[in-house]
Design a protein around this ligand. Structure first.
Ligand code: NHX
Ligand code: ZN
Length: 626
């Protein structure tokens, strides 16, 4: 789904080109540096000698050449001493010896003319140029290291934001390019309306969204959605990744955020898209030892900027993440990313639509049935489908076929599944069947019992949060109170998943933990907080909410006996057992409906409220029997 638009060179490309040319300076610097090091090695000073010994050797003609420097005498012996690495030697000039009047005469007498000279000190080359070259070499080496480690990219353009800007006149991506995400598109239309006519919203004085968080697995098309919003609204699109902000040097990321918003303000109305928000938006202080000052500062700056800009100016920030639970709580507070849109995995119909979009650019065989290909690819996300189409086209090309046919798609599916990223894309058939029965069980029980929240959607495509399947309820907005019947029936629908598994497979799975936890919690509160147990009476057995600072308010001082505590446990148990029996009876009676809902789920991955109603209508039941 993530089709790359033909993009114009980004505005700061000149900077980056410069930075990438500077990189070549590193190579000569390193070469010069190493040459210098070698030169030093070869100029090894050799053996240290005392002045007296030097004079003796001079007289004995054992010295070939000498250089008299201001602080030392360096020279070479006529013969390399046995076992030494070099014939060189040096003598420190200290004290009286410095001004030995004999020295010049001795040298003249014992060494060939021209083989001794006086040095006045290091040459200009040595004292000025060499340190500079050395420094340059070190910086060059450092630069290369940074480039290698992927740390600082264009370290020259430190605070320059590295976002890409998409201008109006590019090929616009619109909602037509987005397939299989109908719900997310519907929610984003409002954002488009605002970007198109900010004045209208301003005049009405309504609260305008500042930030929208797209939550979904990698490859589900979050970036594409954001581009489509910009494309539909015809506004510039600033795009960058959260990881671009996090740098090696404290303060750089924060400066980038400022620069980004400053630029955006000059182009409003416009849209800022931050991919991988979790890279910079992780809960503050969650870094390891030493902390993450840089990231925290960057995050703070982002919060400041989001609070600072007036929503009426027409800037909207859309961010994407696949781990919303790791985000700092401050990011999702009102006035920031207060709107979350879930971008789910596409279901059968969604996958077919996505395949249609990608097939626009590929020559397909006439006999091809995209629905059938969609059916083979349960669990694939948009990006997977894009690479499937690509693989199939490559395979056809390799075989010299003019058109892509079904065989290539089948082969392509396997390639994508076995692809480089080891992401769980497909679920074993037997597990998928179990998940389908489980969710069908929840849905059927919920729809069969009066008063419970209506089922909005059931899916056996896992969510990013780790759930393998889910039944989504649409709570009635205006409900503030829950009756005893509602609570009991809700327990039943929570148990419905496991009991459906038990009914069909004669065995249950460990996937029910969270269902069971919620059911138990409701039952316990019915007994201890709501006074709904006939045996324990209309009494509150609450332990929470009392202050530990008030004497007698501590949680250890029970206000009821051990006997009562046991009765509470038994009563909770009785409520759950009762609900379980009722649920089992119900599912047995409506087994035909259970089977059909499961069949729909197995075929299409999801079922919505209308389709569910249609199935139930085919299998009527007097719903008040339970
Ligand atoms: C396991 N996962 O722990 C495997 C890996 C029973 C068909 N053995 O009850 O997905 O069991 O109706 C939100 C809510 C993870 C997030 C529930 C993340 C449960 C969910 C554990 C379906 N749907 N269980 C369910 C499920 C599991 C889990 C969740 C979550 C399954 C069940 C997960
Ligand atoms: Zn469940």
């Amino acid at each position: 789904m993530d089709k790359k638009p033909s993009r114009r060179p980004p505005i700061d490309s000149a900077w980056r080109r410069l930075a990438s040319q500077w990189w070549w300076l590193a190579i000569p610097s390193v070469v010069v540096g190493s040459l210098f090091a070698v030169w030093i090695l070869f100029n090894e000073a050799g053996r240290e000698m005392r002045y007296g010994e030097f004079k003796k050797k001079l007289v004995a003609h054992e010295i070939k050449s000498v250089k008299i420097g201001p602080t030392e005498i360096r020279g070479e012996l006529t013969q390399k001493p046995v076992g030494a690495r070099t014939a060189r030697f040096h003598v420190a000039r200290v004290g009286l010896e410095n001004n030995d009047p004999d020295l010049a005469r001795l040298l003249d007498q014992n060494i060939a003319e021209g083989a001794w000279e006086a040095e006045t000190g290091p040459s200009i080359a040595e004292s000025v140029v060499l340190p500079f070259v050395l420094l340059a070499a070190m910086m060059g080496g450092f630069w290369v290291m940074l480039r290698r480690s992927g740390g600082v990219g264009s370290a020259l353009a430190f605070t320059k934001s590295r976002h890409k800007v998409y201008q109006k006149d590019e090929r616009r991506i619109t909602f037509d390019d987005v397939a299989g995400n109908a719900e997310a598109v519907a929610e984003l239309r409002e954002v488009v309306d605002f970007l198109r006519t900010p004045e209208k919203f301003r005049a009405l004085g309504g609260r305008i969204p500042k930030g929208v968080l797209l939550v979904g697995l990698p490859g589900t098309g979050k970036t594409l959605l954001a581009k489509a919003v910009a494309g539909e609204a015809g506004v510039p699109f600033f795009s960058l990744s959260g990881s671009d902000f996090v740098e090696m040097f404290v303060g750089v990321g924060a400066a980038r955020v400022r620069s980004l918003f400053a630029q955006a303000e000059t182009k409003s109305p416009c849209l800022i898209f931050i991919d991988e928000l979790d890279a910079l938006g992780k809960a503050r202080g969650s870094g390891g030892p030493g902390g993450h000052d840089e990231r925290d500062q960057t995050l703070n700056q982002l919060l400041v900027q989001m609070d600072g800009f007036d929503a009426n100016r027409g800037i909207i920030v859309i961010a994407a993440t696949n781990r919303p639970e790791t985000l700092d709580a401050a990011l999702v507070r009102p006035g920031r990313f207060d709107r979350q849109i879930v971008v789910d995995r596409p279901d059968l119909v969604g996958r077919e639509d996505i395949l249609k979009v990608h097939a626009r650019t590929v020559a397909l065989d006439d006999g091809i049935d995209l629905r059938q290909i969609a059916a083979m690819t349960s669990g694939f996300v948009g990006a997977d489908l894009a690479s499937l189409v690509n693989e199939a086209a490559l395979l056809a090309a390799r075989k010299g076929k003019p058109k892509v046919s079904h065989v290539e798609f089948e082969e392509g599916v396997e390639r994508v599944i076995a692809g480089p990223e080891k992401r769980q894309r497909v679920i074993r058939h037997d597990e998928r069947l179990r998940i389908a029965y489980h969710e069908a069980g929840h849905a059927l029980v919920a729809r069969s019992l009066p008063g419970t929240d209506p089922v909005h959607k059931v899916s056996i495509l896992g969510r990013g949060n780790g759930a393998l399947g889910y039944t989504m309820y649409r709570p009635e907005d205006d409900r503030f109170l829950h009756t005893r019947a509602w609570l009991e029936n809700t327990i039943c629908s929570l148990l419905g998943g496991t009991i459906a598994e038990e009914l069909i497979f004669n065995d249950v799975s460990d996937g029910c933990a969270s269902d069971l936890q919620r059911a138990t919690q409701i039952a316990r509160r019915m007994v201890t907080e709501f006074g709904m147990s006939p045996t324990l009476g209309r009494v509150s057995y609450q332990t929470e909410g009392r202050s530990p600072f008030i004497p007698g308010g501590g949680s250890n001082s029970y206000e009821w006996s051990e006997q009562t505590a046991r009765e509470i446990d038994l009563e909770v148990r009785r409520l759950l057992d009762q609900a379980q029996a009722a649920t089992r009876k119900l599912l047995k009676e409506r087994r035909a409906a259970l089977e059909e809902i499961t069949a729909v789920l197995m075929e299409r991955d999801t079922i919505d409220a209308t389709e569910l109603q249609a199935v139930l209508d085919r299998h009527p039941h007097d719903s008040h029997a339970a």
